[in-house]
Design a protein around this ligand. Structure first.
Ligand code: COA
Length: 385
């Protein structure tokens, strides 16, 4: 076989098309995100998370009967097996960060073979268990980490509601559930991002979905991928009052710092997810009766955009998804340590759908490398080196 590369080396695979997918389409120039054919603005605000999961797995929205079937199957898989809880207890006693605990616990899905409630093939069984258990794992771990006992999922509640319930023990208001579903739908899939690529590479070797998702969690953990919303919110808190926005942000830019929550590798206009989440955050804060933080964030955003245009002219630095993610998740009462794990709770549905797509393609992902080392060396015995 000819092993000669057909294209030049591209650092970071930027602009290289590695995969064809029906799952999502990111148009960075137009600022549009399409999820399985639906504009994110339409789908995220209206669909339940379970509907979105079904859509990604089956390429069609579920009818009532199928939706009920998926909800039941998720209910059955949602409680954690003993072994997973034991592992989480051990991790909490070692003060392991939440994303590491999630990665370790996700791996235990292979130990408890899901069967009940699964009408489809094995692939969906693993995927169901992963999607169902991610919120249970994060909530149980967070409670253990804070010296509290985990709360069992409530079969009366849906996926998003259960996550909030298992964290606090309080049944959440509908507005809170809607806001969380909007968030989970918004981040469910996003083209060939790093963690999704990892998942596809793993499955392309005919490995299993659990391995793919464990790898993907590891990739999402990195600060260049899933870690920016916490710092974005910190800046809003640091500013505290609208008249401090300009001096504080200007000082950061003068020092050469980056403003968190702005700029994007693909979007050169406003990230469409920022609008969806900004509207959801506004509604949530209005329901809560205190819109001060939302109002301050809007002013910080406006000032940041004005200053970015001044300091980085021609760069088109716009608001990205992380800015309003932070505000929305904070409004839901989630601590910053749970921002990236909550992102994973949404994205795991996308990862599993990509696993199915890759498995159907059944083509090993195996790019070329370009040798950049020394050539023509000769071995010598250790005493002569
Ligand atoms: N604040 C200030 N300047 C920024 C900036 C930001 N948020 N984002 C990019 N820039 C500047 C860079 O300093 C660079 O300026 P220079 O050419 O004068 O050196 C220019 O814009 C291009 O930056 P580059 O790093 O090439 O852009 P990128 O496409 O690789 O970066 C991000 C994309 C997301 C990594 C970058 O915008 C960033 O670091 N944003 C802040 C972190 C963040 O919000 N991450 C979440 C992303 S969803």
């Amino acid at each position: 076989m000819n092993d000669e590369p057909t294209t030049a080396f591209v650092a970071g695979l930027e602009d290289v098309v590695a995969v064809q997918t029906r799952l999502s389409d990111v148009d960075g120039e137009a600022g549009e995100l399409t999820i399985a054919g639906f504009r994110v603005e339409e789908l995220a605000r209206q669909a339940s998370f379970e509907e979105t999961v079904y859509l990604l797995w089956h390429d069609v929205l579920p009818n009532e009967e199928r939706l009920v079937g998926l909800r039941k199957a998720l209910d059955i898989q949602r409680p954690l097996p003993r072994i997973t809880l034991d592992l989480l207890r051990a991790a909490a006693s070692e003060r392991v960060p939440v994303m590491d605990a999630l990665r370790m616990a996700a791996g235990t899905t292979s130990l408890s073979t899901p069967g009940e409630g699964i009408a489809e093939d094995d692939n969906h069984g693993e995927a169901l268990a992963l999607v169902a258990r991610f919120p249970t794992i994060v909530a149980a771990y967070w409670r253990l980490f804070n010296g509290k006992e985990p709360i069992e999922p409530d079969p009366e509640l849906g996926h998003a509601a259960n996550y909030l319930y298992m964290l606090s023990g309080q049944k959440p208001a509908n507005e809170f559930v809607r806001a969380l579903e909007t968030y989970l739908n918004t981040v469910v899939d996003h083209g060939m991002n790093a963690s999704t690529f990892v998942a596809r590479v793993i499955v392309s070797t005919r490995s299993d979905v659990v391995s793919a998702v464990v790898g993907a969690v590891g990739a999402l953990k990195g600060p260049l991928h899933g870690g920016a919303p916490g710092p974005a919110l910190d800046v809003v808190f640091e500013i505290g009052s609208a008249n401090w926005a300009e001096p504080i942000l200007r000082e950061k830019l003068e020092r050469g710092e980056r403003l968190m929550g702005f700029g994007h590798r693909v979007y050169k206009v406003r990230d469409p997810r920022a609008d969806v989440l900004s509207t959801a955050a506004e509604r949530l804060y209005e329901t809560d009766g205190d819109t001060a933080l939302y109002g301050l964030s809007r002013e910080v955003e406006e000032t940041a955009l004005k200053l970015l245009a001044e300091y980085k002219p021609g760069r088109n630095l716009q608001t990205n998804v992380e800015f309003y993610t932070a505000l929305l998740l904070h409004g839901l009462g989630l601590p910053t340590d749970l921002f990236t794990p909550t992102f994973a709770i949404g994205r795991v549905a996308g990862w599993t759908a990509h696993c199915f797509e890759q498995r159907a393609l059944d083509r090993l992902i195996r790019p070329q490398s370009e040798y950049a080392g020394v050539k023509g060396r000769h071995w010598t015995p250790p005493e002569e080196r």
